[in-house]
Design a binder for this molecule. Structure first.
Ligand code: ADP
Length: 397
């Protein structure tokens, strides 16, 4: 069975074609800068890679290019559209309604639309992707996989903010959490690697990429996570501030900053980029810090300190922690960052082995030292595969 996975953003469409259940990748590609003159598309298959540079005005044009690339006689991946048996879509916000991946029907599409307000940058292109895929591939089954769904198990004590109840009931203001496909994927993988049942592990999973979040997992279920109503809360990120005193917003608004400029400040100009004044990329900042750039060093230290604080609080929440799991571009590859985060935690039962920390970069493995009570694991995430697995499971019959 062939499953085509889509991850549709505001100006990009990423896709990957899997042969299931073998999990072989038959093709992967992307369309970038949709809506601009210098857009481009690319496709990689076993027959090679090709790129197309041309203006791509809108989503329908982008999807039509994807169709043509997949069907390309020399370097495509399929001979006929009917070879694709199902599509899986990443959908960022499932609101309170969707606690797992779901086959897409009219009601589900209405549900995705109902939370446009909560994810205005993500859910509209996610829904457009679903509609475009239907126009191209016809009546084949489609599945929505929500970033919020894995966090549905978070109890009210952790998902409610300390606001009057009507802000929850009338405006749906609560913690939803994101990166759920990734936290779930690495949690299941960690259980397998430790030889434990998926519903008996207690973990702290750290997804550290451009966007970063951390989750507390008890008996295989998410019980708390750092992102909240939106992906802005929690850890320091590439360009997002993460946690800050909400009073800062009132203070700045009285200084003349309007809502849009505050949104831009906190989402696009803060985090690693804001503190360092030069880059949102951990690799760049490591080089600059090594060269004596104090702002770069401070950015890395604040990033690590925030994660250490969350790990400590989730250890208190979980009581027993079997492993701390690192994933995402920084979590998988940033050995210096992992060292910064977990240093001086021996009294909490966490000791990393520096040699193993260097070796296990981008590959799965355990990096704790022999005296460590808690395992420390590196597990590369694979959100597209997680979506392909759910899509296969829900549509194979
Ligand atoms: P996204 O959230 O966009 O999917 P990624 O998971 O790809 O992001 O992570 C991007 C981050 O990973 C960047 O900050 C980059 O600096 C970091 N990264 C990639 N490789 C390394 C490395 N070898 N050492 C440290 N950080 C790395």
């Amino acid at each position: 069975m062939k499953v085509l996975v889509f991850n549709c953003g505001s100006s990009s469409i990423k896709f990957k074609l899997f042969h299931m259940p073998e999990e072989n990748v038959l093709a992967e590609g992307l369309v970038e800068r949709v809506g601009s003159e210098d857009a481009f598309a690319s496709l990689k298959t076993s027959h090679g890679k090709f790129e197309i540079n041309q203006p791509i005005a809108d989503y329908p044009t982008g999807f039509s290019i994807i169709k043509d690339m997949l069907l390309n006689a020399e370097r495509g991946a399929i001979k006929s559209l009917s070879e694709v048996n199902a599509c899986g879509h990443r959908v960022v916000h499932g609101g309170e309604k969707f606690g797992g991946s779901m086959p897409i029907d009219n009601e589900l599409e209405t549900g995705i639309e109902a939370v446009f307000d909560l994810a205005p940058l993500h859910n509209p292109p996610n829904l457009t992707g679903i509609q475009q895929a239907r126009l191209i591939f016809g009546d084949i089954p489609q599945v929505a996989c929500f970033d919020t769904a894995f966090h549905h198990s978070i109890p009210e004590v952790a998902f409610r903010y300390a606001l009057p109840e009507k802000f929850y009931t009338d405006y749906q203001i609560r913690r939803y959490g994101f990166h759920g496909m990734s936290h779930q994927f690495v949690a299941r993988q960690a259980a397998r690697m430790m030889g434990m049942h998926k519903y008996s592990v207690n973990l702290i999973t750290c997804h550290l990429g451009n966007g970063s979040s951390i989750a507390a997992i008890r008996d295989g279920h998410s019980v708390d996570t750092s992102m909240g109503l939106t992906p802005l809360e929690g850890l320091v990120m590439g360009t997002r501030s993460g946690d800050l005193d909400p009073g800062i917003l009132f203070y700045l608004s009285r200084k003349g900053y309007d809502t849009d400029s505050l949104d831009t400040l906190l989402n696009k100009q803060s985090g690693l980029l804001g503190i360092s004044g030069s880059s949102n990329d951990v690799r760049d900042l490591e080089l600059k810090a090594a060269g004596g750039d104090e702002s770069a060093a401070l950015a890395l230290d604040i990033f690590a300190y925030r994660i250490k604080k969350y790990i400590g609080s989730y250890m208190a929440v979980l009581n027993r922690v079997d492993a701390i799991v690192f994933t995402g571009g920084i979590g998988e590859n940033g050995s210096a960052m992992r060292h910064r985060i977990l240093s001086n935690m021996d009294q909490q039962g966490i000791v990393i082995d520096d040699t193993r920390n260097e070796i296990y970069t981008g590959v799965p493995g355990e990096i704790q030292g022999v005296t460590s009570r808690i395992k420390v694991m590196i597990i590369p995430t694979n959100e597209e595969l997680a979506i392909a697995r759910d899509t296969y499971k829900l549509t194979k019959n």
